[in-house]
Design a protein around this ligand. Structure first.
Ligand code: SAM
Length: 202
């Protein structure tokens, strides 16, 4: 909604800041996810994206949420319980095994947060091979106009390697089949995260 403020008898259009990375990643999901959809949180961590997705798909939808760490699964379980959420299938396994869990339906969106679990063990990180294997599998599950959103944290050890692999993979996706967006603030210090979004065209 446009905001207006009154100055010296004149109405000026209010200034709205460019969206930060997490709100922007959520906006990309909001634009394509509808009630009743199936969707994936590929790295549930503390459960924030899982909660977001579960609200978007509603009671008739389904969220598949993956994490390799028991701690992350428990954290997410607790957050969902606090919000009385019952439409999430929490999967204590790597997202690269998605094909074993999501079999009979297409997904309208998936989100990855690459890196380590905040407040967790910083040595347990997402890795290029498993991330790219998972993206490939999820592309084949994606509906037309569906999106895979990647929030790429890369300041940690191993982060640059994963970032480069993912960027190479995404850059080479066929532009007739997918459009790929990069959203990044380029004047911030300390390797800030950025967003890559893949949208399936047909
Ligand atoms: C940056 S955190 C996710 C943050 C989360 N989205 C949140 O809102 O708190 C990355 C997570 O990916 C998980 N992870 C690492 N490798 C994975 C894999 N192969 N499959 C699924 N999760 C993985 C880590 O355990 C960690 O919890």
């Amino acid at each position: 909604m446009l905001k207006y403020r009154r100055t010296q008898n004149t109405f000026f259009r209010g200034v709205i800041n460019m969206k930060a990375i997490i709100p922007f990643s959520h906006q990309l999901l909001e634009e394509v996810v509808r009630e009743g959809d199936s969707v994936i949180d590929a790295t549930c961590g503390n459960g924030n994206d899982t909660l977001k997705l579960s609200k978007l798909v509603g009671d008739t939808g389904k969220v598949y949420a993956f994490d390799i760490q028991k701690e992350a699964i428990e954290q997410t379980k607790g957050l969902l319980a606090d919000h009385q959420i019952n439409n999430v299938n929490l999967i204590h396994d790597g997202h690269e095994h998605v094909a074993s869990y999501v079999k009979e339906q297409l997904i309208s969106a998936a989100i990855f947060n690459l890196g380590y679990l905040p407040k967790g063990d910083h040595s347990i990180i997402t890795t290029p091979d498993t991330t790219i294997k998972a993206i490939r599998s999820m592309l084949s599950l994606l509906t037309t106009k569906g999106r895979i959103v990647l929030v790429i944290y890369h300041g940690h050890k191993g982060g640059t390697t994963e970032k480069n692999h993912v960027l190479n993979f995404c850059t080479e996706l066929d532009q007739k089949q997918y459009q790929v967006l990069q959203y990044q603030f380029i004047n911030q210090i300390n390797n800030p995260p950025f967003v890559i979004a893949i949208e399936k065209l047909k």
